[in-house]
Write a protein that binds this ligand. Structure first.
Ligand code: SF4
Ligand code: SF4
Length: 72
């Protein structure tokens, strides 16, 4: 299971529903009239919800990796 999950800031969310409508795995759905990661095991961490959200209410944590190759 993915242990990193998108964080949804409900104070920014305007309820537009884009994240629920476009999540390719249905990991996010409505619960009590707000979007919630209801099936965390299904989240592919694709970042689509973060990209779509007009309120910047969804944020994913990204791992910083070196762009250099061959260096250890
Ligand atoms: S990161 Fe991708 S799979 Fe996970 S909740 Fe967002 S849109 Fe769905
Ligand atoms: S896309 Fe953003 S503003 Fe729209 S319902 Fe999802 S979290 Fe809320």
């Amino acid at each position: 299971m993915n242990t990193w999950l998108p964080a949804i800031d409900e104070t920014k969310c305007n309820g537009c529903g884009l994240c629920v409508a476009h999540c390719p795995t249905q990991a996010v759905a409505w619960r009590d009239a707000r979007p919630v990661i209801v099936q965390p095991e299904r989240c592919a961490y694709c970042g689509m919800c973060e990209d779509l959200c007009p309120q910047s209410a969804i944020s994913l944590v990204y791992e910083i990796t070196s762009a250099r190759s061959g260096a250890v």
